[in-house]
Design a protein around this ligand. Structure first.
Ligand SMILES: [Zn+2]
Length: 413
């Protein structure tokens, strides 16, 4: 059995080290303080007995658990990120451990009157009777993704202490800067040397994800012409009105606030404008590759149409692809999802397989040659003061890692 107190202690030792990343920085890691946890993790991986423990100049950590069987087994990897989101402060995290949660409001902070309530966060009711770890209401917790790191380290330790569980070679990878979209950027897939991997970076117990959005960003620049308003007849072109035409020509219901599941969208997230120039910033998202391309076409055509109505090529659009749906890379090796699903079922965990309405490091890694579905890490309400994680969920994810290792070896006898 996995020792609960040890899991709590390990998790708290990670979240009390501030590792907030910074999108404005150009270095890797983006913040110097990420080294604090990275160096500690290197020591810990060596101490539990992993081999080939390395950390490179960008703070990417890799380690190996050697195979304990004679026959050939594919090499699998488990990946997490140690930075936390810049959306909310991660300094001076003061975690609270709440044993045997009773299902009522949790007073996070008396002075500030901050309450974590199941009336608002109804997922809490799933965890009555369990041990929750919460914040004190003034910081995020960092279960995203230090729960994932805790699970991988604990699973490796468990496998080392239980050689009767047969497994092939297993690789561990910890990355900086996932929260600012750069976790996979400097990941050396070849050095990692796994046939496939899993990111431990999902939320609720049972989550298993191998589909995410195709994503692009669009910048629409609209040029106008400023003339004295008193003498403007037939001369002034007001870029803001053209911008309004552009905005209103896109389907109003295909926006984030009107879509869910597999429905894609156009999301206008920024407008800056005056008479002379208006700039619209959009993101475009769709799981389906053809629909994704069609959405980009719709925007290009709209720009062309407006250009034929107004002089001087008034509308200029630039669309840049950001990331793609990993399904295309994972589906040809679907057995890697099936193994994770089997592992959960054998542990009496109901798999929840649903498309991600976003991207993961795994989607980038999949396109870099390392197919990489995502598995639950157990936390809820990421990136803010209401973040919490049930210890039982961390234990379940740890067991899933061990079981995947075992099943992969068993299926390749
Ligand atoms: Zn994460």
């Amino acid at each position: 059995m996995i020792n609960k107190q040890q899991i709590i202690d390990r998790f708290i030792s990670y979240v009390t080290i501030d590792t907030e990343s910074d999108p404005k920085s150009n270095t890797t890691p983006s913040t110097e303080k990420q080294w604090d946890l990275a160096n500690k993790l290197v020591d810990e991986l060596k101490a539990i007995g992993l081999t080939e423990v390395t950390i490179d100049e960008n703070a990417y950590i890799m380690a190996t658990l050697p195979s304990n069987v004679e026959h050939h087994v594919p090499t699998i990897g488990f990946i997490s990120h140690f930075d936390t989101s810049p959306d909310f402060t991660g300094a001076n995290v003061n975690p609270k451990v709440i044993p045997n949660y009773d299902g009522n409001d949790i007073l996070l902070n008396k002075e500030a009157g901050i309450v974590l309530s199941p009336d608002y966060f109804d997922d809490l009711k799933l965890y009555i009777g369990q041990t929750l770890i919460t914040t004190d209401g003034t910081t995020l917790l960092g279960a995203d993704d230090k729960a994932g790191i805790c699970e991988i380290v604990s699973a490796m330790e468990y496998l080392i202490q239980h050689p009767e569980i047969k497994h092939g070679e297993i690789k561990v990878g910890f990355t900086p800067d996932e929260e600012i979209g750069r976790g996979a950027h400097k990941f050396d897939v070849e050095k990692f040397g796994a046939d496939w991997a899993y990111t431990m970076d999902g939320s609720q117990v049972g989550e298993l994800e191998y589909e995410n959005f195709n994503a692009a960003g669009a910048v629409v620049k609209i040029k106008g012409k400023i003339v004295h308003p008193g003498y403007a007849k037939g001369k002034m072109i007001n870029s803001m009105y053209i911008a309004t035409e552009f905005i209103n020509s896109l389907p109003r219901l295909e926006t984030p606030e009107h879509t869910e599941g597999y429905q894609g969208f156009f999301h206008l997230h920024n407008i800056k404008g005056d008479v002379e120039e208006t700039v619209l910033e959009y993101i475009i998202r769709d799981h389906d590759k053809d629909h994704f391309e069609a959405r980009k076409d719709v925007m290009e055509k709209l720009a062309n149409e407006l250009n034929s109505q107004y002089e001087n090529e008034a509308v200029h659009i630039e669309i840049t692809d950001q990331y793609y749906n990993m399904k295309e890379k994972v589906e040809p090796v679907k057995h890697i999802v099936d193994i994770a699903e089997d592992a959960m079922k054998q542990l009496s965990i109901e798999p929840i397989i649903k498309p991600i309405r976003g991207g993961t490091d795994g989607s980038q890694l999949s396109y870099m040659g390392l197919p990489c579905p995502n598995i639950f890490a157990g936390g809820h309400n990421f990136h803010g003061r209401y973040e919490y994680v049930p210890v039982e969920s961390i234990i379940k994810a740890t067991e899933v890692i061990c079981k995947i290792a075992e099943l992969t070896a068993a299926k390749h006898q």
